[in-house]
Ligand binder design. Structure first.
Ligand SMILES: NC(=O)C1=CN([C@@H]2O[C@H](COP(=O)(O)OP(=O)(O)OC[C@H]3O[C@@H](n4cnc5c(N)ncnc54)[C@H](OP(=O)(O)O)[C@@H]3O)[C@@H](O)[C@H]2O)C=CC1
Ligand SMILES: CC(=O)N[C@@H](CCC(=O)OP(=O)(O)O)C(=O)O
Length: 345
């Protein structure tokens, strides 16, 4: 049987990255997976090449309107749309269709947190596409609806989960994370003009207001009975892709104890890699790959655990996590179509 996959939001960064990865997926290469409808908003009617000239095998595909009609008849539908579109589309597609939403609509459990940070009614909660979190794989195995995590929550939750679960930190956590501009999508915004981004770095969403704060907190709170607090500061840096996060929390553990906990927690994870001592994560090492690079440190004079993580926001932080979750839901090898080899320098 051939599985048909549609991608809504194919002209965007998330949709384009889903397609880039699918083009190297063994199912697409052997013909058991077919790339079906590609849709967009205002770009409907244009070719994919106009938006993603890198995706040569699909260059001549014409983008359709994003509607239940164009997305019907597919076994898997990826949604790479702005927040707020997923619920209406999902309601009009069969319950058996595997819908994988790169947007935020179904990530949070708590309606109050959703309304506070997104300012709209809460659509609900779907199984969360971060397989490395305890219990997540079981929920993904039978899922037909999957909420793909945000990019910052991916790099930071995986950097902190082992420490929170093992109880080696006081979960009063400070995160400062640098991102590339593709994290903001490709819609026209004056603050994302080349002249504004190049040669400068700036913080934004400071003071507990960034909408990924409740998502990171939710992921970590599920691992401990102690109340978790997260102070999260994002920084926009002059690069296209990548997130480098520095995560800090009080600890009395030694560096060796902390490192052993991380090595054990991720020993069997294909994508999460604790770097050898003395090596530090850098975004260029993970760009284009589904890898998460971590380094684990204890600052003995400050009494803090410091974990540094690097991911590609579009790969592990969106489309790679989405394909990894799809593989699990479809019973395919989890790593199919996903690489741990980054594009450096
Ligand atoms: N960029 C990232 O690193 C990450 C993104 N995400 C999430 O993925 C989703 C897509 O983000 P991203 O790809 O960056 O955004 P982009 O702005 O790059 O792409 C948005 C896509 O949605 C389409 N679209 C916009 N408005 C509508 C509409 N009203 N109806 C139908 N289609 C529409 C656009 O089509 P058109 O060209 O026609 O406007 C485009 O294909 C978002 O929910 C985002 O939060 C999640 C994690 C990380
Ligand atoms: C640079 C930049 O603006 N980055 C985005 C990250 C968005 C993201 O990861 O996705 P979701 O919107 O799906 O949560 C931001 O900070 O909002």
């Amino acid at each position: 049987m051939t599985l048909r996959i549609a991608v809504a939001g194919a002209s965007g960064y998330a949709g384009g990255e889903v397609l880039r990865l699918l083009l190297n997926h063994p199912g697409v290469l052997d013909g058991s997976i077919e790339i079906g409808a590609l849709t967009a908003g205002g770009s409907a009617g244009t070719t994919l090449a106009a938006h993603h000239p890198n995706l040569l095998p699909l260059a001549d595909r014409v983008l359709g309107e994003t509607s239940p009609e164009t997305l019907a008849g597919h076994d898997v539908v990826f949604l790479g749309l702005p927040h707020g579109h997923s619920a209406t589309l999902a309601e009009q597609l069969p319950p058996s269709t595997l819908i994988i939403d790169c947007g935020a609509d179904f990530r949070l459990n708590d309606s109050t947190a959703w309304e506070k940070f997104y300012g709209s009614p809460h659509a609900g909660t779907w199984p969360y596409g971060m397989p490395e979190l305890p219990g997540a794989r079981d929920k993904l195995r039978s899922a037909t609806r999957i909420a793909v995590p945000g990019c910052y929550p991916t790099g930071t939750s995986l950097a902190l989960a082992p420490a929170v679960a093992a109880g080696i930190i006081e979960p009063r956590i400070t995160i400062v994370a640098v991102t590339g501009a593709s994290g903001a999508g490709r819609s026209l915004r004056t603050d994302l003009l080349g002249a504004e981004v190049m040669g400068s770095a700036r913080a934004y969403g400071v003071g507990g207001v960034h909408r990924h704060t409740p998502e990171i907190t939710q992921n970590l709170q599920a691992l401990t009975k102690q109340p978790v607090s997260v102070s999260f500061t994002p920084i926009l840096a002059p690069m296209a892709r990548g997130i480098l996060a520095t995560c800090v929390a009080p600890t009395t553990a030694t560096a060796a104890e902390a490192r052993d906990i991380y090595l054990a927690a991720y020993a069997d994870e294909p994508f999460v890699h604790v770097l050898p001592e003395g090596q530090l994560p850098q975004t260029s090492a993970v760009v284009g790959s589904n890898a998460v690079h971590l380094s684990v440190h204890v600052d003995a004079s400050a009494g803090t655990l410091v974990v540094v993580s690097a991911i590609d926001n579009l790969t592990k932080g969106t489309a790679g996590g989405a394909i990894q979750s799809m593989n699990i839901a479809l019973g395919l090898p989890e790593t199919a179509g996903l690489s741990t080899v980054g594009l450096a320098p």
